[in-house]
Design a protein around this ligand. Sequence first.
Ligand SMILES: [Zn+2]
Ligand SMILES: [Zn+2]
Length: 290
Amino acid sequence: MRIGAHVSPAGGLYKSIERGTELGADSIQIFNQSPRMWRPTAYGEEDFARFREAREQSQIGDVLIHAVYLLNCASEDPEIRQKSLTSLTHSLRVGDSIGATGVVLHPGSAKTGHVGEAITRAGAVIAEALAESERCALHLEDTAGAGGTLGRSFEELAALIEAAGAHERLGMCLDSCHLLASGYDVRTIDGLDGTLAECDRIVGLGRLHSIHLNDSMTPLGSNRDRHAPPGQGEFGEDGLAVFLSEPRFADLPVVLETGTVGGAVAAEDITLVRALSERGQAMRAAGSTG
Ligand SMILES: [Zn+2]
Ligand SMILES: [Zn+2]
């Protein structure tokens, strides 16, 4: 399990490696452009080279790029879809250039419209972005299910992958907070087993490539996306220890997005999550989790 954190690339892409290293992270996630603006950040070959050099000298294994939240590949508005395609393609190309593990994408929102048609529109945009980039994987993230957001269930994730041509570069990112909020109780061994069995049957665990580790401020099935720092939400330390004990997450990047320093992840948060992971695995080995 390569535990890491969402960090800022402010001041240069390579700075994100420095920030991850300061936190003691084994993996990082970044936005590749300002999360509030459509305009992509224009990186040059020098930025990429400096990033790759910093990464080689660090212990950072995985680098995830989170596509910005403005994107809605499922929008009914062709202009929004075109902008989303441009931005997503840019993210994937940055991923190609820095050797990212994957670009994480919220699949989009149907707003108040027809969900099936929204999935078809999102699939077309995603397929085109993959065709216009070379190597970087795309991880569709499960969502809390607020409003018309797509990806609230494994059925929707499977339908999105299908609509995008079941491309081999398509995978998924599961967010612990979003799973709980969308009704999957992954705080117990039985609940987690049942959820992953369902995920395997409907999507296929071969597509599971990354994990977001967030606690949840709102309860099971609330359909609200409100992250809490690790241990301070509906999971609590016990629930997170169980979630982190899952052997099928052992080879994945597990990235914290919310921490205790004004929402940002601190070194202490990573230390806590590492300890919870060890505790969960010891409990599982002793057969004492329930
Ligand atoms: Zn996300
Ligand atoms: Zn979230």
